[in-house]
Design a protein around this ligand. Structure first.
Ligand code: HEC
Ligand code: HEC
Length: 294
């Protein structure tokens, strides 16, 4: 915090505390009005008048206690600008202590798992439980807590893999991330061309589509074969999905497929190697692999 904001925070905080103290003093009366006198606030509701009696003592003291608490707190803990507090407590330090404690407890377990083969680890219920906990913390916001995904975020439990479903490919997906690039073809194909190829793609998964459009689309599918393969079954090296199995990352209706072809898609799986470290990723890969095993 710059010197200016250091003093800015201190001055405003202190003025606030003094202001509260003054307000309590100012508005607290020392005792009830003398008997027989009519000391009212002047407020009248439906003929009822409000007597101007002081707050009960204990209530008044609560206000003073909160002020005393605030002052003691500001002396002990950080809060006043750059002043660190006499206890020397900090969030960072507390976080680091907790992480060190967790590392002591779990470090040896992860180290032991790291030496095991992924397929064997996937069969170990305790490792799976640990993998699931990690998954819920680090992966569920995108892939869902049941790993079944959402449009644009692949289902990891269905045995269908864009980048390969063997344990090592799954681990590589998590460690290094993935970058799916489906180029836009709107300009190259024109609107009619997009409709035709989309109809052909719909037909690839065994569904009804206008036969004329399908025939024209088949002619144009040459543009797509380099990545999706001549038969449309995809290529895990490029992350090009299988278009014949009726499992869709973005959606399989004629309209959504047209949009995919016209505008392209760019799905990004973030790399986790640096963030989580190899040992945790190893346990995660085993968990993800286990989801599609019988
Ligand atoms: C350069 C390689 C490449 C070419 C050429 C290519 N695609 Fe793709 N396609 C991909 C990749 C990679 C993805 C996955 C995109 C992602 O992960 O975000 C994809 C995704 C798709 C999807 C979405 C599938 C789903 O599950 O939602 C469709 C549909 C599709 N492509 C159709 C086509 C068609 C039709 C053509 C030809 C006009 C074509 N692609 C050409 C690489 C390619
Ligand atoms: C910010 C969102 C996000 C987070 C967080 C995320 N993923 Fe992903 N993940 C994606 C997207 C998007 C893809 C698809 C990439 C593509 O289109 O090629 C993907 C793809 C994958 C794949 C490849 C799937 C396949 O079919 O080949 C695996 C495995 C995977 N993620 C596992 C994980 C795990 C485990 C975690 C937690 C450590 C995780 N992901 C966290 C968004 C995310």
């Amino acid at each position: 915090m710059s010197a200016f904001f250091h003093w800015w925070v201190i001055v405003i905080t202190v003025i606030n505390l003094l202001g509260c103290w003054w307000l309590i003093r100012f508005s607290a009366k020392s005792g009830p009005a003398a008997a027989g006198t009519e000391d009212t606030t002047g407020h009248v509701w439906d003929g009822l008048r409000e007597y101007n009696n002081p707050l009960p003592r204990w209530w008044l003291w609560l206000f003073y206690l909160t002020l005393i608490f605030a002052v003691v707190y500001f002396i002990l803990y950080p809060g006043l600008g750059n002043f660190q507090g006499v206890l020397g407590w900090s969030q960072t330090q507390q976080y680091e202590q907790e992480m060190a404690r967790a590392e002591e407890t779990y470090g040896p377990i992860f180290a032991q798992y790291a030496n095991q083969d992924l397929a064997a680890l996937a069969a170990d219920p305790e490792a799976r439980q640990m993998g699931q906990n990690l998954f819920l913390t680090y992966c569920s916001q995108c892939h869902g807590s049941d790993a079944r995904g959402a449009p644009g975020f692949p289902n990891l439990a269905d045995g269908e893999w864009q980048w390969g479903g063997d344990p090592e490919s799954i681990k590589a997906s998590i460690l290094n991330g993935r970058n799916g690039v489906m180029p836009p073809f709107g300009a190259a194909l024109g609107e009619q061309g997009v409709k035709e190829v989309a109809a052909y793609v719909v037909s690839l998964s065994g569904r009804e589509a206008d036969p004329q459009l399908v025939a024209a689309g088949r002619e144009r599918f040459g543009l797509c074969m380099a990545c999706h393969g001549a038969d449309g079954t995809g290529n895990t090296a490029l992350g090009a999905p299988d278009l014949t199995n009726n499992i869709w990352l973005y959606g399989g209706s004629q309209g959504v497929i047209e949009k995919t072809i016209r505008e392209g898609r760019h799905g990004q799986m973030p790399a986790h190697a640096e963030f989580l470290g190899e040992e945790k990723v190893h346990v995660l890969a085993a968990y993800v692999y286990s989801l599609s095993q019988p």
